[in-house]
Design a protein around this ligand. Structure first.
Ligand code: ADP
Ligand code: MG
Length: 696
């Protein structure tokens, strides 16, 4: 086996490979594009394309693809071979600059939210040179942006790249005021990915897992996560083998897979990479999800990335660790004395104001039917967006807002009372798992995103909202006579005005929603509640002002969001109906039949013999079956009505307000029946079987 450093990035056309394979001038031009966001010449692209192709062919690749992220959020690829016919009837392998920088896939079968009609099929993909090309399945994958014939973004990457430019431009203006001249500030992301592993045979026996990614039925196992033994528990050999292979595959793809551990729920795990520039971190995360699924297949397992595969145990999130960095500087690092670190305070104030003013957009960016099961349940942060800053920074903020004096904290040493144990300094923030947006020492951790999401939306909102606040600050401070004094006044004013967004208490408590309402914070409980805020004037203006998304592009995403919500719920409702009709009701009837015949036979033998046990089970099952049957009828009608509502918002509301409560009733009755029905009769693998599978 090769060593990790040898393996790392071996399938990536990365900086080292570029430096080695490109003429010096070409390399320099490309590097300028990558580092400073400067445009690239076609003549340069031609040379890069040829070098890429040679490298890819040496690695065994035969095809290339423009790899992009349509509004479905997942990745798309169409493979073309490098072959080009020669006069003598043979082929040579060719790849031009034109083919590298631009592709023309048929755009008509991707969601566009009305941005183009089906007959206007043409779409373009455009090379994102800031994210490295890589080889997957003998295909050279070129990360690209995807837009319509008319130039509107039809993907997740384009707005993200625009937002990265926006925040860079404004952050550079601020840094200049501090005497720091840099060409670019990058937003950085580290995405912690949670997932479940289940046995492939169980998966194959569950239509709900196959079609919807989550279990729509299943009574809680006798033992769930209450013993708190799985989190950071010893990783079982079968899972460890899987994790090792995932790591290796990711390293080859240049993804900085770093941390792996068991998560809170049984059968739940996490993988975290070392952070990188936002767009490549997101490309890396999408690849990570793909690799995790593929490798699981090879181990007789299935990797579930749904936000809530199992009711009653924790769901899966994807924590978005975010910061801003200039060469050699993390702009959210408070240093030893945050109160005296004016640069940090300015950036902190901008983030506080951004999160407060655009709570609704941040909430929308994590809204999906799957994530609705997490947010607000006592396992993930609430649907109310607030910020946690910890004690030390909390005191700094109080002092700024109240204009009172602040006393620096001596960094406390921890003494565990045992001589051989090291004494170490305490961090300046504790952890608060209940907060959606927590300061964690030198970055913010947005914990609301769901495990299945493409993090582009989240970071597009974050970058653009922060850009807007930084621009406001720069506009004021660039004409300041006494920069430092005026910057401090601005920080204080901002903190005072937006302090309501800071909440260091328990986000799971019943008091918090009441308190949040008093503070005037949004509590957008479901996707359907959240989505319409996208179209608020203030939000349209934000995206438009920075050229991140036009109102038409925003509207498209709004429509796609509603459409997606209704489609997911429609599939879930249909799957439930199918399972209830074809699997659950027949199972109940079979067992009822057995009970009834047993009673009849016993009575025939001796009319006095007790049949209490059988009768009791039979009665319970009959009651469950009645509720199930009624729910089936109601669900059929409600689903149809919601689906046929011509108004997209009305349709989504129909699913949320009417269909979901019936689905809940149907499930409750079926889960009750599962508890009573004979094991040999029940047609579905149970929660106990799926969560406590042993594969060693
Ligand atoms: P925890 O479990 O405490 O949240 P982890 O170590 O699992 O911590 O994950 C923290 C994540 O934050 C890692 O992906 C890490 O690379 C990332 N991170 C650290 N510093 C930054 C930064 N400046 N910008 C973005 N992400 C960062
Ligand atoms: Mg975390």
């Amino acid at each position: 086996m090769s060593t990790v450093p040898e393996m790392f990035g071996s399938k990536v056309f990365n900086d080292a490979t570029m430096r080695q394979r490109l003429p010096k001038e070409t390399y320099k031009a490309l590097k300028k594009t990558i580092d400073n966001g400067e445009p690239l010449d076609l003549s340069v692209a031609n040379i890069v394309a040829n070098a890429m192709k040679d490298w890819a062919c040496e690695m065994g690749a035969t095809h290339y693809t423009h790899w992009f992220q349509p509004l479905t959020g997942i990745t798309s690829e169409k493979h073309d071979s490098f072959i080009s016919p020669t006069a003598d009837g043979g082929v040579i392998m060719e790849f031009s600059g034109k083919e590298l920088v631009k592709g023309e896939p048929d755009a008509s079968s991707f969601p566009s939210g009305g941005l183009r009609a089906t007959c206007e099929a043409r779409g373009y993909t455009a090379w994102d040179p800031t994210s490295y090309a890589f080889i997957k399945d003998d295909t050279l994958c070129i990360p690209t942006a995807f837009c319509s014939y008319t130039g509107e973004a039809l993907d997740k990457k384009t707005p993200l790249l625009r937002s990265m430019d926006a925040v860079s431009n404004q952050a550079c203006r601020i840094l200049k005021l501090f005497g720091i001249n840099v060409p670019r500030v990058t937003s950085t992301v580290g995405a912690e990915q949670e997932y479940f592993l289940v046995d492939k045979e169980d998966y194959k026996a569950r239509r709900d897992l196959i079609l919807t990614g989550r279990t729509l039925f299943g009574c809680p196992p006798a033992k769930g996560q209450e013993m708190e033994e799985h989190y950071f528990g010893v990783i079982r050999p079968a899972v460890s083998d899987y994790m090792k292979e995932v790591d290796e595959e990711l390293w080859k793809l240049g993804i900085l897979a770093k941390t792996k551990h068991n998560e809170v729920a049984p059968a739940q795990h996490e993988l975290a990479p070392i952070f990188s520039t936002t767009n490549s971190a997101i490309d890396g995360n999408l690849l990570t999800m793909e690799v995790m699924k593929k490798v699981a297949e090879r181990h007789g397992l299935v990797c579930l990335l749904h936000e809530k595969p199992f009711a009653g145990v924790n769901g899966s999130g994807k924590h978005n660790n975010w910061s801003l960095s200039a060469p050699g500087l993390n702009l959210l690092d408070p240093g030893k004395k945050p109160m005296e670190n004016l640069r940090f305070l300015v950036f902190l104030a901008a983030v506080i104001k951004a999160v407060d003013e655009y709570q609704d957009l941040l909430r929308v960016s994590v809204a999906s039917p799957g994530n609705d099961h997490r947010l607000g349940a006592n396992e993930a942060p609430p649907a109310i967006i607030s910020m946690f800053v910890g004690d030390e920074l909390g005191e700094v903020i109080d002092a700024l807002a109240d204009d009172t004096e602040y006393h620096d904290h001596e960094r406390q040493k921890m003494d565990l009372g045992v001589a051989v144990l090291p004494k170490f300094s305490k961090d300046n923030t504790d952890r608060n798992r209940t907060s959606p947006f927590a300061f964690t020492g030198n970055k913010f951790e947005f914990r609301a995103p769901g495990s299945n999401m493409n993090l582009s939306d989240v970071n597009t909102v974050l970058n653009t909202a922060v850009a807007k606040e930084l621009r406001e600050f720069a506009d004021i401070l660039e004409s300041a006579e006494n920069f430092e004094a005026e910057a401090m006044v601005l920080v204080k004013k901002t903190v005072k005005e937006h302090k309501r967004i800071i909440f260091n208490g328990n986000g799971y408590s019943d008091e918090w929603p009441v308190e949040a309402e008093k503070r005037g914070l949004h509590n957008l409980k479901s996707t359907v509640d959240a989505l319409p805020t996208m179209m608020d004037e203030k939000n349209l203006r934000l995206m438009n002002d920075f050229g991140v998304m036009s109102p038409a592009e925003m509207n498209a995403r709004y429509e796609v969001g509603l459409e997606n919500y209704s489609k997911v719920l429609n599939i879930e409702a249909l799957t439930m109906l199918e399972m209830a009709n074809q699997q659950i009701v027949p199972a109940i009837i079979d067992y009822e039949n057995q009970l009834a015949s047993t009673i009849a036979v016993k009575k025939a033998v001796n009319a006095k013999i007790s049949c209490n046990a059988e009768e009791h089970q039979l009665e319970t099952l009959a009651e469950c079956a009645d509720i199930i049957s009624e729910a089936i009828n109601n669900l059929r009608i409600a689903r149809k009505a919601a689906k046929n509502d011509p108004d997209p918002l009305g349709s989504a509301r129909g699913f949320h307000d009417v269909v979901i409560p019936i689905m809940d009733r149907l499930r409750m009755a079926a889960d009750h029946a599962e508890q009573v029905c004979g094991e040999d009769f029940w047609p579905l693998p149970t929660y106990t079987q799926m969560l406590w599978y042993v594969k060693d």
